[in-house]
Design a protein around this ligand. Structure first.
Ligand SMILES: NC(=O)c1ccc[n+]([C@@H]2O[C@H](COP(=O)([O-])OP(=O)(O)OC[C@H]3O[C@@H](n4cnc5c(N)ncnc54)[C@H](O)[C@@H]3O)[C@@H](O)[C@H]2O)c1
Length: 405
């Protein structure tokens, strides 16, 4: 039996996927409300295909509880934030979950950490827990997750995976559990390589996004259209530049690369600069907005609205979202609290002045900052009427009143 610990964006779909592919699974989360919601037959976030997967897993007998179980395999999928001061990983959730696992795990159990962790986290923070508890019999494994919100169900089935283990035989045994549903290639390696590989993948993305964001700024100064420059440059057989945007959000790309900066501050200069470049983008979009307002003689913040609160299109996750970062800067420059915000994917109230329908949102607005290209508006600038559009995602096409990055 597998006990999945932490039923958030990663743990829940993983548990459901395993259960619906014949693995006996119990999902554990210390959040009582979350477990009650699941036990009442409802999923806890919106994701393409998740409800169908949930139904299949319920039919297969998955259980949800607040209690850790006695079983042979534990998969820990709890948050791994970074300490904003020293930029190092904050392992407190992983440590707490592993401690509890060790208090219930039977002899010879396998403890799989699926959370993203910085290189050496297992050696520095988890292995000592085993030593303190006298639990040298427990097998340690790191199996990082790569799926992207918005396409989680497909990617769980099709992505390649990495399994890091002290003992290759244990690694292969855990690979078999994942192979119950994973059709991708599963590479078995040691724990430190698995830790580093996962962080490197997200750092690669952060650095490449930063490159395109910097190109956007250079093209703006030089009077060039960055989208057209990238489109043509990407015709080169060995060039593949990403799209620039209003910043980077979510639980991974703006967070994980800091682990390397925190642990290797003298060496990870290029990575630090990339993260700072991405972090500068919400403020850059705000400046574009202020310039457009000036050009049109608009001074009233109440005439400005932000479309999109999530960190990417067609998901409900607002963590580290560029909109939240921009609202902070707006407070300084433009009375952010007066700026209306609307996101069709976010029903709960996250910020002041958030409204819950497009009609209410557009009422009285002259300027819309399109921070997220949800399907509702992508390629459909008419959804905003004839308003001035600040379009850092490049989803509104060309037009006299459209301001790109
Ligand atoms: N969200 C993503 O897109 C994504 C993608 C790949 C990897 N990851 C990594 O996966 C890990 C989990 O991320 P997430 O987005 O699922 O986080 P999340 O915040 O959505 O979910 C974590 C869950 O763990 C629970 N929890 C925390 N401590 C616990 C404990 N001691 N016992 C039981 N439950 C506990 C919380 O209540 C929460 O429901 C992180 O390391 C993250 O970096 C996330």
């Amino acid at each position: 039996m597998v006990n999945v610990i932490g039923l958030g964006y990663i743990g829940l779909p993983t548990a459901l996927m395993m259960a619906s592919h014949g693995v006996e699974v119990v999902g554990t989360d210390y959040n009582k409300e979350l477990v009650d919601t699941l036990n009442a037959g409802h999923t806890t976030f919106k994701e393409e295909g998740l409800d169908e997967l949930f139904a299949a897993a319920l039919k297969a007998g998955i259980k949800f509880t607040n209690e850790y179980q006695v079983c042979d395999t534990y998969i820990v999928s709890v948050p791994t934030p970074y300490d904003k001061l020293d930029k190092k990983i904050d392992p407190c959730y992983v440590v707490a979950a592993c401690k509890t696992v060790l208090s219930v795990a039977p002899k010879g159990a396998t403890l799989v950490i699926e959370s993203t962790i910085s290189p050496n986290t297992v050696d520095r923070f988890v292995r000592p827990l085993l030593e303190e508890a006298g639990r040298g019999d427990v097998n340690l494994v790191h199996a990082p997750e790569r799926i992207i919100p918005g396409n989680m169900v497909y990617e769980l089935l099709h992505n390649n995976r990495t399994i890091g283990a002290d003992d290759p035989e244990v690694g292969e045994a855990v690979a078999k559990v994942y192979a119950s549903f994973c059709q991708g290639e599963i590479s078995v390696t040691d724990i430190r390589t698995a830790e580093m590989t996962k962080v490197v993948e997200n750092t690669y993305r952060a650095v490449n996004i930063a490159f395109s964001n910097e190109l956007a700024k250079i093209c703006r100064i030089g009077g060039m259209d960055v989208a057209e420059v990238i489109r043509i440059a990407n015709k080169h057989p060995r060039v593949s530049i990403l799209n620039p945007g209003p910043g980077v959000g979510g639980h991974c790309i703006p967070v994980d690369p800091w682990f390397l900066v925190g642990d290797y501050p003298e060496t990870a200069n290029f990575i630090r600069l990339a993260l700072q470049t991405n972090a500068s983008m919400p403020e850059y979009v705000l400046q574009r907005t202020l310039d457009a307002m000036k050009e049109h003689g608009i001074t009233d913040a109440a005439k400005v609205g932000i479309y999109g609160l999530t960190y990417k299109e067609d998901v409900d996750d607002v963590r580290e979202s560029p909109t939240l970062q921009m609202l902070d800067s707006m407070e300084e420059h433009l009375c952010g609290h007066a700026v209306k915000v609307y996101d069709p994917w976010v029903e709960r109230d996250v910020v002041p002045n958030q409204v819950h329908s497009m009609e209410e949102f557009l009422d009285g607005l002259e300027v819309v900052v399109v921070m997220v290209g949800h399907s509702q508006v992508k390629g459909r600038p008419e959804a905003f009427g004839n308003r001035i559009l600040i379009d850092p995602r490049n989803v509104c096409g060309d037009g006299e009143k459209v301001y790109k990055l």
